[in-house]
Design a protein around this ligand. Structure first.
Ligand SMILES: *Cc1c(COP(=O)(O)O)cnc(C)c1O
Length: 364
């Protein structure tokens, strides 16, 4: 046995703020009807699975991935309506792109601003990169509070404003006129995060040519490819050139690129899955809105936010019945009593609705 130099590792080299927090919690979902993470519940048709296997098998795993896969980016750009003169940057999920954008702007004292509640990664990344973070409360109905947003922008002069369109976790689309005002007023970058585009079918992509500070962020995750980790940023070449300097050169794996490239040829499959989820969403919303003790909010995403009297009890009751959703109560003052359910297959939604009825009867 070799001597140990001390009884425990000395963690004082780790940043104090890092030691003070807990890792982002991803609960185990084994055995549950999993409606907690905005995943597409459908698998790929068997023929396409085979084809994918063959395509992946042919990749040169001994080689690093292409750092700048121009052909792929061109095909992707064409498919997503990238305006002429704009460019794409690829990320290991859009989470990585959020981080790199903030990193690029993280001068001492720089501020990141977003409505609150919104996607938690904006704040997490801002803090990790030593930026100041300002969350501007939404209105009671989750609409953008334009007056407060403009005041906060004036006061804090944020390097980056993030807005998810539609917003997570509330599911609503902010008013376009409010966003236009923010685009005009913001002194730095404005990122519109269109992670839920397949369910909202409303985009700011054409605005890239009009608003020089606009960046449009997207991902393949919510469309049905969360497992491969591919996000993309669309922006003016001048912006992309700067962010590219911070991108780890091999951040998108050979397998991810190959899988995404094959899927570009079969987008109609994912598009029709999204269409089916949109109609399931309408059905589920109707059922939730008809339930006594439940207040369900309109959604342009693949999830629905709803309020009950006792979120913890209802959440636990659902879990006990094998259904995992997300409890948001306590995460923000506006989310008192709120739970978020991802729209699943018709069968999953039915299971959820039954379990919810049973949990409400016990809970209140
Ligand atoms: C899910 C989500 C993302 C993260 O997407 P990945 O590409 O899987 O990292 C980004 N923004 C919003 C608003 C999201 O809800």
């Amino acid at each position: 046995m070799m001597d140990r130099f001390g009884p425990r590792p000395d963690l004082s080299v780790i940043r104090d703020d890092v030691r003070a927090i807990k890792a982002y919690p991803v609960p185990s979902a084994v055995g549950f009807v999993k409606l907690d993470a905005m995943e597409n519940p459908f698998s790929l048709p068997e023929g396409l699975q085979q084809q994918l296997g063959e395509r992946l098998g042919r990749q040169a795993l001994n080689r690093y991935p292409m750092s700048d896969p121009r052909g792929f980016k061109e095909r992707l750009g064409k498919l997503v309506g990238l305006p002429a003169g704009m460019q794409l940057m690829l990320g290991n999920g859009s989470d990585e792109l959020i981080h790199l954008l903030i990193l690029a702007c993280a001068k001492p004292g720089a501020t990141v601003l977003a409505p609150a509640p919104s996607f938690v990664m904006y704040e997490m990344s801002a803090r990790f990169d030593h930026c100041k973070y300002v969350g501007v409360p939404l209105k009671e109905n989750f609409a953008l509070d334009t007056v407060r947003m403009l005041e906060a922008i004036e006061e804090h002069r944020p390097a980056i404003v993030f807005m998810a369109y539609p917003n997570n976790p509330t599911g609503n689309l902010f008013e376009r006129s409010a966003i236009e005002m923010i685009l005009r007023a913001a002194p730095g970058i404005v990122v519109l995060d269109e992670a839920y585009l397949p369910f909202a079918q409303d985009t700011w992509m054409p605005w890239l040519k009009r608003a020089p500070n606009l960046l449009v962020l997207r991902t393949l995750s919510k469309l049905g490819l969360a497992g491969i980790r591919l996000g993309y940023l669309a922006a003016d070449v001048d912006w992309i050139e700067q962010f590219e300097k911070l991108r780890p050169p091999y951040n998108v794996s050979v397998l991810t690129l190959a899988a995404a490239d094959l899927m570009l040829e079969h987008m109609s499959i994912l598009d029709s899955q999204a269409a089916s989820l949109r109609s399931e969403r309408a059905k589920l919303l109707g059922q939730l809105q008809g339930m006594p003790g439940v207040r369900a909010f309109e959604s342009a995403a693949n999830f629905i936010l709803f309020r009950v009297k006792d979120a913890a009890t209802v959440f636990a009751g659902l879990k006990q019945r094998g259904v995992l959703i997300k409890n948001l109560a306590g995460s923000h003052a506006l989310l008192e009593g709120c739970l978020r359910v991802t729209v699943g297959t018709a069968a999953e939604n039915e299971t959820f609705v039954k379990a919810l009825r049973a949990s409400l009867n016990v809970g209140q």
